[in-house]
Design a binder for this molecule. Sequence first.
Ligand SMILES: [Zn+2]
Length: 351
Amino acid sequence: MTSSPELVDNQTHGLVCAHHHLYSALARGMPAPPKTPTGFVEILEQVWWRLDRALDEDTIYWSAKLGALEALESGCTAVIDHHESPNAIDGSLSIIADACAEVGVRVSCSYGVTDRHGAEGAKQGLAENDRFLSEGGRGYVGIHAAFTCSDDTLAAAADIAKRHGVGVHIHVAEGEADAGAADRIRDLTNHKWLLVHGVHLADDHGLEGTIVHNPRSNMNNQVGYARPTRFTNPTGLGTDGIGADMFDEFRIAYVKLREHDVTETPDTAAGMLATNTTLFREVEQDRITWNYRPVDPWRLAFTPAVRPSRIERDGVVIYDAGTFVDIDADEIRAKAAEAALRLFAKLDEIA
Ligand SMILES: [Zn+2]
């Protein structure tokens, strides 16, 4: 918002979601877990780690396509995605990249490696990151989180990233279960890494990289507040899979900051969106015209439901007056809804 001085009034460049899980787009409406989770790790075990096991190539495709469509509708033209589908690993990142390309959303992909499914599962995840990057895909090497990985897996992921000249995209100290993450990865990180959450990091954690703050997700999982202003690292903003409406997440980031420190201003949260832009510079070629003016942090913080009225990608109008120019959005939504029913049926079979 403030990073491109030529953009004024009711226009900005494209927004970036610095941490997304496109595979969660079909999760809305999913059957309730067998028992009510009472904490963060139980939420992972009973909701997300069942969902990711139920994903196949078809549901990966339709969740990515629906998630990308909804990102664009919110003026988000670039998504940094973190993916896991332990029963459909090979080729999964290309399915996501293709689905996003078909909608017109820029994407950076990563497969979140983990030892949750044994050493073979970790190996397949590492290989998928390597394959995708070797074939010229844009991305990071993904790691689920240190607490579900062996030291060997962490080191192998860091090595692959170094070889490809990219960073590692990893959840760090999101919950107390991962509070020891910093000690495990301190010797591996560099400025290209994306350190997601950081809720339970010490102020002087010593990790290099960009921290990605996800305030709504953190509240939803009751993991605590990251207090992101205490870090010296650059800090961006993600949704952790709850859509890609970055103005909405900006408002939540602001009001949470304000709850913590009443002297805070929306400029701090706007600075996180500006950090996001540095992670995906191509969005500066995209121009969003908003249905509200002026797009200014203080006004935005108190104006819900600001939406794009027009989107230009690389100089081409792809969305105008609330309608996509070349995409049949109704068809994508209908097919994604059918895929969601197949996913829910599969979920019912997973204990
Ligand atoms: Zn996440």
